[in-house]
Design a protein around this ligand. Structure first.
Ligand SMILES: Cc1cc2nc3c(=O)[nH]c(=O)nc-3n(C[C@H](O)[C@H](O)[C@H](O)COP(=O)(O)O)c2cc1C
Length: 639
């Protein structure tokens, strides 16, 4: 059932054309806009299949806002591009591929290539047995799982054995090498398609974070292949329009939620520490949005206006001039905006794309500057260019533009060099049972220095420093079906979440507080000090006094020897072992993936090894089995 929910929420309209049932099958129609470099004709992520052999074009709905229309105006050689995304990057990449394929002129020139851009969530509309060629752009999410919307497609692909020897394909696997299961989903898809005898015409390519040099290289190979390959003009298809009038709120169509509570949970003076964590509560009444404890809230930030002004200082621009809003993460109300608004709301002004340096190279007149730029770029624009990586890691767009002054860019030169501003995701820290229209998040404010300049996290500083109670922010729900309380309320749970890892556990605790049957909750929380950064201290201590939770807190910096949650778990090894093995207890870990989740896993392995008297490998296998059974769940992230 959960798989149907995003369909509805995402504004998918399923029209079963009863008159066609039995003759041409069913028609599924949808619209979701996609991200891309501009908002021209590039963003359909739906497609229609018809059973039967006759080709047919049909206009599903002409009346809608067709800004995102992809008109399949001609019968062509069908090329399927499937994307599976959690946070939008695969969609952005797939859209670029779509544009590239659209412009290919083939050597035989017998009819144009007809790319179709399809979100994996519409997998039921995709029949690989009918396709000639398919390119899959897919990320890995969670702890090595497919993006939520792509699970149906993934499961279907894995469970079906039908041979696909007629199908040519290639996979672009997006991921992040900081995670243990690097690019797992894309690799799995590649392996499975090969096993089903499909032909990998371009090798599967892993992509570490947003390495456009690698992505472009793969796309070049795809384009080269398509230029001269033989494809038939065939396939049935319908012309599809994109609907802007969808009521469901999602990443493309966020809800403007009023911030109704904002509390700083930390006290710098008490603990002599500059860490700031803020509790925010958004009012979503009227949105029809719902969530389940364990889900996350997507929030679109605004950039710091001072940083925007610093960029404007380096440009030639006029306040009255209007520019297109990028077809990035969400639909703006207007198609155009001033450069100030664009830099404030729609473009990422922290991340430096190599294109910015390449563009500067074309305008700088100072010889030293030109040489510096060409040295930086001479080893390419990919991740393997360490000098470039180091340069961009410590700078933001305003620094680069200031550095190369008096070189001046126009907005038309600058904007194509920037990424669209993406939403950030925060685990929801309240249960809908407590208040179904008040969504809470618990946000650690990011502040640091590079090149002696103060830096800040875009969303976290926007929430703490620049959003007042009563103001609205664009928000939407992000499902996390792998992080759920057990179905039976009486099952004991062990929650391990230091810092803001407490967020989803606050929701879990509220959930059990309001349920008739209350299974045991063992909470392992960690913070630096007893005073000052013990998040939700009063609340948790009250739950503990009332017997709802068994609270164990690791204060890492209150004594000479550092103490962490995994140390407390080791102290409680007999209890943990008993809960898991004798009482069917479920383990949950939330927070930092790079260190904490690994250390906790190590701690749990030690416990299983010693209490179960197992070898190391057997202990690891035991935990792996728990994961497979959904009894060891993680909601972890890399910052
Ligand atoms: C919460 C979270 C979990 C992730 N888990 C993995 C993972 O297990 N393996 C991996 O290779 N990448 C992982 N990634 C990295 C994403 O795959 C990568 O950022 C990708 O570019 C996202 O593409 P998308 O926006 O299309 O989902 C994770 C990212 C996040 C935010």
């Amino acid at each position: 059932m959960w798989m149907m929910l995003p369909w509805l929420l995402d504004g998918i309209w399923m029209w079963i054309l009863s008159s066609l049932v039995g003759i041409v099958g069913f028609v599924v129609y949808t619209l979701v806009s996609s991200s891309g470099s501009d908002f021209s004709d590039n963003s359909i992520d739906a497609f229609i299949i018809q059973e039967g052999s006759k080709s047919k074009k049909e206009n599903v709905d002409q009346s809608m806002d067709n800004r995102h229309l992809r008109s399949y105006g001609t019968e062509g050689k069908q090329v399927l591009i499937l994307y599976g995304t959690e946070y939008g990057f695969s969609e952005e990449v797939a859209t670029v591929l779509f544009d590239k394929i659209s412009s290919i002129v083939q050597s035989d020139d017998v009819g144009p290539l007809q790319p179709r851009l399809v979100n994996c969530k519409l997998y039921e509309c995709v029949e690989l047995s009918r396709e000639q060629i398919c390119f899959v752009v897919i990320s890995t999410s969670g702890d090595g799982v497919p993006p939520t919307d792509a699970r149906g497609f993934y499961d279907n692909l894995m469970s079906c054995d039908e041979e696909l020897s007629h199908l040519r394909f290639s996979v672009l696997a997006l991921g992040d090498s900081n995670y243990p299961h690097f690019c797992k989903t894309g690799r799995d898809v590649n392996t499975r398609l090969s096993k089903r005898r499909a032909d990998p015409v371009v090798g599967c390519q892993d992509v570490d974070v947003e390495d456009w040099a690698v992505i472009n290289c793969w796309m070049d190979s795809v384009v080269e292949y398509l230029k001269s390959c033989d494809l038939c003009v065939c396939m049935d298809y319908l012309q599809i329009t994109a609907d802007q009038s969808s009521e469901g709120h999602d990443r493309h169509n966020p809800f403007m939620a009023v911030l109704q509570v904002k509390d700083l949970l930390t006290d710098a003076q008490q603990c002599n520490d500059d860490k700031e964590v803020v509790h925010c509560e958004f009012n979503i009444s009227g949105s029809h949005m719902t969530w389940t404890s364990g889900d996350a809230l997507g929030i679109y930030p605004e950039n710091n206006p001072d940083h925007v002004s610093a960029i404007l200082d380096t440009l030639t621009w006029r306040e009255t001039e209007m520019f297109p809003v990028p077809n990035g993460a969400y639909h703006p109300h207007n198609d155009t905006a001033s450069i100030r608004t664009l830099l404030l709301k729609y473009y990422d002004i922290k991340t430096i794309k190599p294109e910015l340096l390449q563009t500067l190279q074309t305008v700088v007149t100072n010889t030293n500057q030109r040489e510096t730029l060409s040295r930086l770029l001479q080893a390419g624009t990919g991740k393997s260019n360490k000098a470039l990586q180091e340069y961009v890691a410590v700078r933001e767009v305003r620094d680069v533009l200031q550095e190369y002054k008096p070189a001046v860019l126009s907005p038309r030169q600058l904007l194509p060099c920037l990424k669209p501003l993406q939403p950030r995701y925060y685990s929801i820290s309240s249960s809908p049972l407590k208040a179904s229209t008040a969504v809470c998040v618990t946000v650690a404010v990011l502040r640091y220095k590079t090149l002696s300049v103060g830096r800040e996290g875009v969303t976290t500083s926007h929430l703490l420093d620049r959003t007042q109670v009563g103001q609205s922010s664009p928000v939407f729900m992000s499902r996390n079906p792998d992080f759920r309380l057990p179905d039976k309320h009486t099952t004991p749970v062990i929650l391990i979440g230091p810092g803001t890892g407490i967020a989803p556990f606050r929701a879990f605790i509220q959930e059990r507080e309001l349920s008739p049957d209350k299974g045991e909750i063992h909470l392992y929380f960690g913070c630096r000090h007893k005073s000052g950064d013990f998040l939700y201290k009063e609340e948790l201590e009250k739950y503990s006094r009332d017997g709802l939770i068994c609270l164990r807190v690791a204060f890492s910096r209150d004594q000479a020897r550092k103490v962490y949650v995994q140390d407390l778990l080791r102290e409680d090894r007999a209890k943990v072992w008993d809960l898991v093995t004798k009482r069917n207890g479920h383990l949950y870990v939330c927070g930092d993936a790079r260190h904490m989740a690994k250390d906790v896993h190590q701690g749990l392995t030690d416990i299983v090894q010693s209490c179960g008297q197992l070898e190391r490998l057997e202990a690891n296998e035991y935990l792996r089995q728990l994961e497979i059974q959904g009894r060891y769940q993680k909601d972890v992230w890399v910052t």
